[in-house]
Design a protein around this ligand. Sequence first.
Ligand code: NAP
Length: 259
Amino acid sequence: MDLGIKGRTALVCAASKGLGKGCAMALASEGVNLVITARGKEALEATAEAIRKSSGVQVIAIAGDIATADGRAAALAACPNPDILINNAGGPPPGDFRSWSREDWLKALDANMLTPIELIKATLDGMIARKFGRIVNITSAAVKMPIPELGLSNGARTGLTGFVAGLSRQTVAHNVTINGLLPGPFDTDRLRANMVFNAKKLGKTPEELAQARAEANPAKRFGSIEEFGAACAFLCSTHAGFITGQNLLMDGGAYPGTL
Ligand code: NAP
């Protein structure tokens, strides 16, 4: 299927590795020019070069922390008028809520709620004026099924989801959609780091725990960043203009509900 977005421009945040990289690769393979961000310059440049080589699209790499005003300003200076915005950032650390300070909460809210809202605010009216826009927020399965030790993530991402639920109904008449992609377990550095945290508590090795978690998933495995990217690219396609305010759960069927 031709997704109809060849020649469009996307700002893909937090995209040197993992799910953001999967989205960047999938959009590039559809002929979308990219601005990608991450804090670490070396990995970001390597990803940008790999995407340029494999797809031939233009890829601009902007190193910076997207959760800061400076990081967002740099990304927007390189990409002031994106047709597609993929909001992503690292997730907050796991822990016990008794140990989290107000500062810890503000950090989580900044990265996983307020940064996407700031970037939407900066780019939405241009999309509306041009009569095309696709915004995808990478959140978490935790929005539907909270993860006990990831309370900072549960809280911040649900706040973003609630805000977008209202906004997305106001933009769709202009062919601008906003949706959430909710990853369950995808095999990335982030997932492996969470395994290390939980394995210690359970007296297992991270590898043992990863194998047990993969086995426990109805799909008997973790998801891949390519699968994630493909779903993201479809939500960004011309064919997805009637899909807005939705939260697509990608978890191999782990969420046990009917809806
Ligand atoms: P990952 O493999 O660790 O990759 C994270 C990417 O984001 C890296 O490129 C990283 O590069 C960049 N990044 C992190 N913080 C950033 C910031 N403040 N500014 C700019 N770039 C930043 O993580 P992932 O698994 O893809 O996870 C992506 C998001 O999905 C996270 O919020 C995570 O909590 C969420 N999630 C993941 C899973 C899963 O199974 N993987 C499940 C549910 C939710 P630098 O470190 O160089 O900045």
